[in-house]
Design a protein around this ligand. Structure first.
Ligand code: HEM
Ligand SMILES: *[C@@H]1O[C@H](CO)[C@@H](O)[C@H](O)[C@H]1NC(C)=O
Ligand SMILES: *[C@@H]1O[C@H](CO)[C@@H](O)[C@H](O)[C@H]1NC(C)=O
Length: 322
């Protein structure tokens, strides 16, 4: 099943303008693999498409993994490295909370190493795979520049900088601000929660002993609190879709926030807070606006602290430094 996409064409113009502004600054380029591995984009798209046909839920895994990669040490594939006997890697942090998609990245890498050995970085594979996953679930299609090099550092302690689901809107604004995102971009990126699930352990603190005056989180409506409690009755690993349509990229996430039915405290805080509520309302009303802002913000996220030249390498195996 390929979800048809009504955003695509609208976005082309705007994206061109955006590239013009950014590409001078980075050594990445739109045709980075044109000479050495022109088939790279196709291999990634084909692999993502066939993987998602058998498991659509992997789309969320890929998008989240790209986010975690970029927020720690920049988009450099550090999230893909395995721990070694001397080093505990990012992926073994409690903050990895069920990251998914490693095997698919390995498969894509193997195929690319067969076709064009030593050319396509793991960081680029992840960026392309996340982009293709967004499109596959019905989101906007956008071109991304490539040329990210893979990093050599992946440390468990770096993951403390990832946003926790207990953060409020002010804290999220500050954290994303440190990475150069404005308030609107932060709210748009949070819209990635239009796909995927959270496990009970990520939201159960909202359901009992919430704070000194409330047993349950008052920002959540009481019917929805019952839905979450029911999910948690199956244990800490029980999954709750982050919005009512977990495999579809749409604006249902923002509409759910308006109904006080956001799954994570951090999600709901975007509606609770006056600073972000008007943006939530705008995206809930205008799906195209959300899609446009989302793809621009994703493009920007994909450029965070990118490594170039000798500051990085093209890993042979995404799990190990060369
Ligand atoms: C705003 C701050 C954010 C917080 C606090 C946050 C936190 C979380 C948490 C706690 C989960 C559930 C993990 C679990 O229980 O297994 C989750 C899932 C997810 N997050 Fe975020 N996240 C944030 C922003 C983002 C961004 C910017 C993206 C991507 C652009 C993203 C993409 C995802 C996706 C796709 C899932 C579902 C994963 C799956 O189904 O496997 N999140 N997030
Ligand atoms: C996530 O971290 C835990 C340890 O906190 C580890 O047991 C688990 O294997 C990791 N998950 C992945 C997918 O690497
Ligand atoms: C957000 O959390 C911070 C730190 O816990 C707190 O100082 C602040 O008052 C909170 N802001 C809102 C709007 O609740």
């Amino acid at each position: 099943m390929v979800v048809s996409n009504f955003f695509g064409i609208l976005l082309v113009m705007e994206v061109m303008v955006f590239y013009g502004l950014r590409l001078g600054v980075h050594g990445l380029s739109m045709d980075y693999y044109m000479m050495n591995c022109p088939i790279a984009e196709f291999i990634v798209r084909d692999s993502v498409t066939s993987a998602l046909q058998s498991d659509p839920t992997l789309a969320a895994g890929l998008v989240r993994m790209h986010f975690h990669d970029c927020f720690i040490q920049g988009c450099d594939g550090s999230v893909l490295l395995d721990s070694t006997k001397d080093n505990t890697a990012e992926k073994d942090s409690p903050a990895n909370l069920s990251l998914r998609g490693y095997e698919l990245v390995d498969d894509i890498k193997d195929e690319l190493e067969n076709r064009c050995p030593g050319v396509v970085s793991c960081a680029d594979i992840l960026a392309m795979a996340a982009r293709d996953a967004v499109f596959w679930v019905g989101g906007p299609f956008y071109q991304i520049p490539n040329g990210r090099k893979d990093g050599r550092r992946s440390r468990i302690e770096d993951t403390f900088n990832l946003p926790a689901p207990v953060l409020n809107s002010t804290e999220l604004i500050n954290l994303f601000g440190k990475h150069g995102f404005n308030v609107q971009e932060m709210v748009a990126l949070s819209g990635a929660h239009t796909i995927g699930v959270a496990r009970c352990s990520s939201f159960k603190s909202r359901l009992s002993n919430f704070d000194s005056t409330h047993d349950t989180d008052p920002s959540m409506n009481s019917n929805f609190a019952r839905v979450l409690s029911k999910t948690c009755a199956a244990g800490d690993n029980a999954e709750q879709p982050l919005d009512p349509s977990r495999n579809t990229f749409d604006n249902a996430y923002y509409i759910a926030l308006q109904r006080q039915a956001g799954v994570l405290f951090s999600d709901q805080s975007l509606f609770t807070s006056a600073r972000t509520r008007r943006i939530v309302n705008a995206y809930a009303m205008n799906q195209v606006m959300f899609a446009m802002d989302f793809q621009q913000a994703m493009l920007k996220m994909g450029l965070l602290d990118v490594k170039e030249g000798s500051t990085g390498e093209v890993r042979e195996n995404c799990r190990k430094i060369n």
